[in-house]
Design a protein around this ligand. Sequence first.
Ligand code: YXS
Length: 259
Amino acid sequence: MSLVTTDFKDHMGILTLNHPEKRNALSKALIQDLVSGLREMKQAGARTVILRAPQGVQVWSAGHDIQELTVGGHDPQTYADPLRQAVRAIERFPAPVIAMIEGGVWGGACEMVMSCDLIFATPESTFAITPARLGVAYSIDGTLNFMKTVGLPLLREMLFTADPITAERAVQYGLINHILPADELERFTFGIAGRIARNSPLCISLLKEELRILAEAHPLTPEAFERLQNLRRALYSSEDYQEGLQAFFQKRTPDFKGR
Ligand code: YXS
């Protein structure tokens, strides 16, 4: 059974994360279904895609599948990592992808949501960026994606505390577009998606790609890249990274030693 269900009507695609047993953790299997769902929507000529979880969820997505985070000195967030593939697929989809949020959004799922073009959420939604909670060496591309959406003062707070922030705070800082009561969220989202679908799809596709390429225009010297990779290598080879993962699996608070 697919971990992402798909629907299509009136030029609008709907992708629903559907792995409640693992709180929609972004496993390789779920991401493969998500990417193939986007491919299906592109072939159908979708002019907007709504990315959602089932109505009433407490957890929209628990983020990267922690059981799939590599250990033993291997970079857990390489170019081929499923989360990186999901972010690229959303950013390169030739029409707006709208994240419709209820419940908690954790870790890499925050980046995936922020890679969407519009984000509408209920007041009860929360957003937590969690590398520091696990000792994960977050990818350079992923960190830049966060910087493209969240101003540095809030981003530092979210990264360093790994605490969830409320939807109210997120909309105040422009991290999300609108907050709607749960019983209005779907109608509002479909209404905006319908209005976008009535505009020029070729123009919107061009505008989306222009925004993507211009937002990525951050020259990074080879020396700067190698320094960041060196720092990331030290972290993902550290005892702290192992401790972060073990603490999650053992359902206990991590005891980081700083080595
Ligand atoms: O014990 P079972 O087998 O029933 O499985 C439990 C959890 O282990 C599993 N699960 C996950 N499995 C893999 N990866 C995950 N991210 C994950 N989250 C949950 O789902 C089953 C139900 O979880 P449970 O009992 O904790 O549910 P809950 O409703 O009491 O709590 C929901 C959460 C989301 C508050 C809780 O599951 C949680 O704190 N999950 C981890 C959230 C998190 O730290 N995500 C960041 C993942 S790492 C990531 O995204 C990036 C690499 S980074 O860290 O760098 O941002």
